[in-house]
Each structure stands twice: as structure tokens, then as C-alpha cells.
Design a protein around this ligand. Sequence first.
Ligand code: C2E
Ligand code: MG
Ligand code: MG
Ligand code: MG
Length: 286
Amino acid sequence: APGATRWCAASADATASTVPDELQLVRDLALALTDDPDQLLLHYQPVTDLRSGRIVGAEALLRWRHPERGPVSPMVTVEAAERTGLIVPLGRLVLDRALKQATVWMRTIGREFRMHVNVSPLELRDPRYVDRVAAALVESGVPPENLLLEITETALLTDDETRDTLLALRDLGVGLGIDDFGTGYSSIAHLQRLPVDTVKIDRSLICGVAGDSSDFMLTRAVLGLVQTLGVMIVAEGIEHAVEAAHLRSMGCIYGQGYHLGRPVPAEAFLPSEGKGTGRWASASPA
Ligand code: C2E
Ligand code: MG
Ligand code: MG
Ligand code: MG
């Protein structure tokens, strides 16, 4: 049926096994954060210029290798952390590690390299969040414009505290991006009033782009609207060359997805390091 292909098959990453004991999981996460932070890892996925194939950035994606349970899905980990306040130390760990890595890739890839870090709406509601980001930037020596904080669309429809935080982050010079655009409320008028400089178009709008014409037109229409904002647009979840080609023809310049490179440990990120971006599968649960 027309439009049906818009709903892509669920990502293997997103469909982790259900958690048998949530409370124990939270205890284990608290313990990992204080006593064994090596259980928590970051994988990095390239953000690529679709015209040249050049890497312009990386998204840091959390991985937790639980000593008994094995890999825990980042969605499960983040949700557990959000329910208990552990999101604050977890977010700090992710930010510090990602910035440290950014200094390395700014030297090898170039000064324009941007590190994308996912931020929970709960972190933004904490008035001390801006100070923590400022401190992490100073500590790492990364200029604010080389950091992009990714915030989901729904998080942006909230309270005044969040809005104040976003404005303060913008004043700091940090990039702000809307993640998973097209899955939530998706009001362009609303977007226009927010201090965002990047919009990441959700995979659900990308995977149909090579399919039937209604999906193609929907994606093109959404891209056209977002393009009027004059922001950087990144298409997420590009799995096939044909999708990249269609997106390029629609004027979408940046992309991310398995076709361009899977999330991998830092050592496997750069092709020049011998392993090649995308060759190593992500260690998140299958
Ligand atoms: P997200 O920020 O939208 O990240 C993109 C997700 O899509 C990642 O899943 C990535 O592995 C996956 N992906 C990338 N390319 C493709 C593709 O071509 N096809 C498919 N099917 N999937 C692709 P992941 O790593 O499982 O992360 C899931 C979500 O967990 C993230 O979605 C983000 O919302 C959250 N998350 C991950 N790390 C963190 C973190 O450090 N902090 C916070 N607050 N949230 C995080
Ligand atoms: Mg993201
Ligand atoms: Mg996303
Ligand atoms: Mg997404």
C-alpha cells in the first residue's frame, strides 16, 4: 500500500531483550559509574558529506558491556539512568570522553570536525548543566563550535527551564541539533523559534526514499521545509547507496548510516588506521 514502506523494520539496535530486573540493572549501572567505568564505552559513527564522502563529524553512542548480561541497549541504559538521576554522572562521562576523542580527530581530520553528543531532556532541566558543559570544554580544550548537542524533538516542546538552558548553551557557542526529526510533533514554526543549527532527519523518513513515489515525495517535502530554516541537515539511517543518491539529488548534504559507516570503537573509526569505518559491526545487542 502507498506509504506503508515508511515504517522501516525495527533496528536491531533498538530491539534489545527485555530487562528482567530493572532495579538490579540500576544498581549495576550505579556501580559501573563509580567503580568500573570501563564497562561503559563509546562507539562512534561518522557523519559524512554525501558529495565528497569526507567525514565531517562523529556521533558518540553509548555502549554498556554488563559483566553478566553482556551488552545492554543504550535506550534501556539511558531510560534507567533517567528514572534514577544517574543520567547526570552518565551524561558527564559521555561528554568528557567524547570531547577527549574530539581533540584527537580535530588534529587528524581537521579543525571543522564536530563531535555529536546525545543529551537527555532531564539533563537540560538541570540549571547546572550549562556550567558542566562549559567546564568540560575548558578541560578538553575543544572549542564550543566543535561540539554539537543532540536533543530529541519532544524534549524541545517543554518548559521554560529547558528553553533557558538552550539559550545559554547557544550563547556559549555550542551547536544544538534536533535529533529524530519527523518522528514527533515536527512543527517548522516551532523549530524556527529555537536556537538550533542542525536538524537530523529520522531514519523512518529516509528508508522509504528509494521506494514508492509517495514516500519519496514526503521526504522531499520535509527536506524542503527544513531547508528553509537554513540549518545543517543530516539524514540519519542511510543503509543503501541508492538512498544516499536520492538524498543528494534533493539537496541533502550530510548523512549518517550503516552504508556510510557503522558505530565502531574509536580505534576502528578512521580508514587510515587500517580497519576501515564500517567494517566492524557495532557491539550493541543484536
Ligand atoms: P540516536 O541518537 O537517534 O542514534 C542513532 C541510532 O541509530 C543509533 O542507535 C545507531 O546505532 C543507529 N543507526 C545508525 N545508522 C543506522 C542505520 O543505517 N540503520 C539502522 N537501522 N540504525 C542505524 P543506538 O546506538 O542503539 O542508540 C539508540 C539511541 O540511544 C540513540 O538514538 C540515542 O537516542 C540514545 N543514546 C545513545 N547514546 C546515548 C548517550 O550517550 N546519551 C543519551 N542521552 N542517549 C544516547
Ligand atoms: Mg543522536
Ligand atoms: Mg537520531
Ligand atoms: Mg533516530
